[in-house]
Ligand binder design. Structure first.
Ligand code: URA
Length: 205
């Protein structure tokens, strides 16, 4: 299939995902937030789930975690134009706290229910490198026993559906933002950039 065909198929799959009812999360989310970016991207970044801003705007990583991720990609030498950005779970799971909608971690059933969408994205984009941002992305690809801390920054070969390539896990950008003080946030940010740089080098990008 030519590249235009892959783009068309990604659009078709995104349109199918817009009406997804594979798990209950669609009931309270504003909309499905599907992956976005180049269909020819060599790097796929997989986050957890859309946040409050992403849920409202309908695009992945457009809130504070997305801005931090953009900065970390630039600092690690990964071109944003060479990335496709998505999430393991495509609906926002939240809890009401006062006037705010607070993020809730998706459970194993919800992560599994969403996996076919990720497999479809992997198969169509065919990235050389997949970066798993945080524990939920790790669980989606490798199961609930996967621990990011044990594999952080290490490249390994993996397969998912029809896709085969390199995978590197690192922390989620929100973990940087949640740091209790500027020093711990700086340290976490440097760790994220170091893992992204190691991933880029392992994939010879
Ligand atoms: N956090 C994620 O994991 N994904 C987004 O799209 C935004 C925040």
């Amino acid at each position: 299939m030519g590249r235009a065909g892959y783009v068309k198929d990604l659009r078709k799959i995104a349109a199918d995902a817009a009406t997804c009812t594979r798990c209950p999360l669609h009931e309270r989310a504003t909309q499905t937030v599907f992956g976005e970016g180049s269909a020819a991207a060599r790097v796929m970044l997989v986050g957890e789930q859309p946040g409050d801003q992403e849920d409202k705007q309908g695009h992945p990583f457009v809130g504070p975690a997305g801005h931090l991720l953009d900065r970390a990609l630039a600092d690690s030498g990964i071109s944003r134009a060479d990335t496709y950005v998505t999430n393991a779970v495509k609906h926002f799971k939240w809890q009401e706290r006062g006037k705010r909608r607070i993020h809730q971690r998706p459970n194993t059933g919800e992560i599994k229910a969403c996996r076919p969408w990720l497999d479809a994205e992997l198969g169509l984009v065919g990235p050389r490198l997949v970066v798993l941002l945080g524990a939920v992305a790790g669980e989606s690809l490798f199961g609930s026993r996967f621990r990011v801390g044990e594999h952080k920054g290490q490249a390994r070969e993996a397969s998912a559906g029809e896709w085969h390539g390199l995978v590197v896990a690192t922390i989620h950008p929100s973990a940087v933002l949640r740091g209790p003080d500027p020093e711990s946030r700086d340290r976490a940010y440097e760790g994220l950039v170091a893992d992204l740089s190691a991933a880029r080098k392992a994939a010879a990008l």
